[in-house]
Design a protein around this ligand. Structure first.
Ligand code: C5P
Length: 238
């Protein structure tokens, strides 16, 4: 068993490439994220194969958002697959509907607070209310957790603040926007290193491009795992 705190985002175009990448990484990684980009490329079939044939854990990153009845139906359908994590947007009506839809299934509903690729200027463009991004993340996280989310998705820069919320006790914090020192940021804006993210209270980190664009994805994953196990990962706000 590898350290399942590392979740690798399989953001490649289709299931065949996703499977090839997971096979290349082999036993170094136990947890994979399948996102919207792969939905029309066999993403659910890949989820099934990775789970049943390879024993991997699966995070289906659908970021569902709709009226409650539609979210509930979508989650009821998805609950028939053997999924470990599923994302919805953190609006309380969406979170409540998702919990209804999942029934008794042990599939964690994770609420998206504010996408880690967005900054204040982006929020202005989307008509979000005024205020610091961190404060809005804190407010959305608290409301989503109160509505019944099993955890939240947030930037690693916000992990410590969310971990301190009374609403977050016993809940998961999952953080994308993680970059080893020196790695390209891409479109991510609110980033931190793997060690910082873990030190600040992330239960799981999600890493995509630094692994799947690497010449040797297995080595890239092993380097990140080594950093997560290092002493820096044990010092909050290092
Ligand atoms: O390549 P990179 O490491 O930036 O990939 C991050 C992954 O996490 C992507 O699949 C992206 O869709 C996802 N994600 C994110 N921000 C969120 C939720 C999910 O970047 N708030």
């Amino acid at each position: 068993m590898s350290d399942d705190r590392l979740i690798v985002a399989l953001d490649v175009p289709n299931a065949l490439e996703g499977l090839a990448l997971a096979e290349k990484i082999g036993d170094a990684v136990d947890f994979y994220k399948i996102g919207l980009g792969m939905l029309t490329g066999g993403g659910l079939a890949l989820a099934n194969e990775l789970k049943t044939e390879h024993g991997k854990k699966i995070f289906l990153d659908m970021k569902l958002f709709d009226i409650g009845a539609t979210v509930e139906n979508a989650v009821r359908g998805l609950a028939q697959f053997d999924l470990d994590f599923l994302t919805v947007h953190g609006d309380p009506h969406v979170v409540r509907a998702a919990q209804e839809g999942k029934g008794g299934k042990d599939m964690k509903i994770l609420a998206v607070t504010i996408l880690t690729s967005l900054d204040r200027a982006d929020l202005d463009a989307s008509c979000y209310k005024a205020g610091d991004v961190q404060d809005l993340v804190e407010e959305r996280a608290a409301k989503a957790l109160t509505a019944g989310a099993d955890g939240v998705i947030a930037s690693p820069r916000e992990a410590a603040m969310i971990r301190a919320l009374p609403e977050a006790e016993g809940k998961l914090i999952v953080t994308p926007g993680v970059r080893p020192a020196g790695a390209a940021k891409g479109d991510q804006k609110r980033i931190a290193t793997p060690a910082q993210a873990i030190a600040d209270g992330s239960d799981h980190i999600v890493v995509g491009r630094p692994i799947w664009t690497a010449a040797d994805p297995r080595k890239a994953a092993l380097d990140i795992l080594a950093e997560m196990a290092s002493p820096q990962a044990k010092q909050p706000n290092s």
